[in-house]
Every structure is written in structure tokens, then in C-alpha cells.
Design a protein around this ligand. Structure first.
Ligand code: DX5
Ligand code: ZN
Length: 219
């Protein structure tokens, strides 16, 4: 059987915010397929980062998929502005949305692909009613807010569960893992079921970005 590989999604959270154009160039030239944009509001998570203008300003610099991860309260307020900015995936947190089902419809109607994310303390069972509607499920393997943390290995089991459910029910979502992914544990994440590997510090701290992407892909 052919060895399973993943798409690589470097996270600009670990880039120099004073030189994001250079960060995009580094990603463009690395062989990665996606760019992960961590949006933080200082309420849902204890940090502040980017908004839709950042995405709009970066959009002309790359053809890669713009994978926006909204760690914000009231994510519904930002669907239109991120769609207008050129985001491809709009991933919100299950913990922030009572009306997650409606959110998914609204994201799709705005022309983006809907994703949902769960923090380490949220079981994937709460997603049951939504699984058939989603294009992406993002499993956080650290408590969100900051890059460079150590992976919580137990979170990888969520990939195993969701991959089995996808096979059983023929669902269409991709599985992504985010937080503490390194050259040493990426292969395990891919084998457990990750289709997309997000990495911030492991990518931006690497001397060789193309080599880091090969590791993220599980090669
Ligand atoms: C965590 C963010 C991650 C972050 C990962 O709050 O959602 O996307 O960039 O950073 P690393 O790969 O350094 O753990
Ligand atoms: Zn993220």
C-alpha cells in the first residue's frame, strides 16, 4: 500500500509579524500547499493576532490555500469579512457556536469551505450531528493561544475516531492537526489520520523550510 502523506499548512503565527510578505514567500517556496492563519481575539484565547485585512493584504502574494482558524468569540460576525478577504477555509470553534449548523451553511453560502475546531478538552462526540456537513475538522493538540507548546498526545486519538467514522459513513471532511507538531511526531499524526498538518514553530524555526515541509507531510 502507498504510504499516506498529508498536506502541509505552515502557520504564520510563528512568523515575524513585521515582515509577513517574507513569511509568505518562505511558504510559497517550501512546497507547502496551505497557509494557516491563526486569528485570535483576546477573549476566546489570551492573545491577539490577525484580522480580515491581514488576509486581504496577503491574498495577492500567494496562490496557496488560505486556511483561516478563528479562535474568536462570535465567529459569525466575521464570515463576510473573511470571505471578502479571500479566505478559502473558515474554521470556527465548536466551543463558540451554539448554532454551529447554521454557521456551516452561512460559511458555505459566503463561498468558503466550512471547518470546525475542538480544543483538547472537547470530545469529538459533540460533532456527531455536524459531521456530514463539514469540509474540515481541525483537532487542536495544544491549548490555543500561543505557538511553540508541547503536543498533548492523547488528542491524536481523535483523528483515529474521526477517520473511522468518515470511512464508515462516507463523510467528506479533511482532518487537520494543530499544535506542537514537530519533525519527530508528524509521521505519527499522519498515520493516525491527519490529512493536513499545521506547524508554526517547527516550520519557521527550521533552517531548511522545504525539509520541514517534507517532515510535515510525513515523509
Ligand atoms: C495554537 C495555534 C496554532 C499554532 C501552532 O494556538 O492554533 O496554529 O500556530 O504553533 P506550533 O506549531 O508552534 O505549536
Ligand atoms: Zn491554528
Amino acid at each position: 500500500m502507498e504510504k499516506k502523506t498529508a498536506l502541509a499548512a505552515p502557520s504564520i503565527l510563528s512568523a515575524d509579524f513585521g515582515n509577513l510578505a517574507e513569511a509568505i514567500k518562505r511558504i510559497n517556496e517550501s512546497g507547502a500547499e496551505w497557509i494557516h492563519v491563526d486569528v485570535m481575539d483576546g477573549h476566546f484565547v489570551p492573545n491577539l493576532t490577525f484580522g480580515p485585512k491581514t488576509v486581504a493584504d496577503l491574498r495577492p502574494l500567494t496562490k496557496l490555500v488560505m486556511d483561516c482558524h478563528l479562535m474568536v468569540d462570535n465567529p459569525q460576525d466575521f464570515i463576510k469579512s473573511f470571505a471578502d478577504a479571500g479566505a478559502d477555509y473558515f474554521t470556527f470553534h465548536q466551543e463558540t457556536a451554539v448554532h454551529a449548523h447554521r454557521m456551516i451553511q452561512d460559511i458555505r453560502a459566503a463561498g468558503m469551505k466550512p471547518g470546525i475546531c475542538v480544543v483538547p478538552g472537547t470530545p469529538v462526540s459533540v460533532l456527531e450531528e455536524l459531521l456530514g456537513e463539514l469540509d474540515l475538522i481541525l483537532i487542536l493538540s495544544v491549548n490555543p493561544g500561543f505557538g511553540g507548546q508541547k503536543m498533548i498526545p492523547r488528542c491524536l486519538e481523535k483523528l483515529v475516531t474521526l477517520r473511522a467514522l468518515r470511512e464508515e459513513k462516507n463523510y467528506g471532511y479533511l482532518l487537520s492537526i494543530d499544535g506542537g507538531v514537530t519533525a519527530d511526531n508528524a509521521r505519527e499524526a499522519v498515520e493516525k489520520g491527519a490529512d493536513v498538518i499545521v506547524a508554526g514553530s517547527a516550520f519557521f524555526n527550521a533552517a531548511n523550510p522545504a525539509g520541514a515541509v517534507q517532515k510535515m507531510k510525513g515523509l
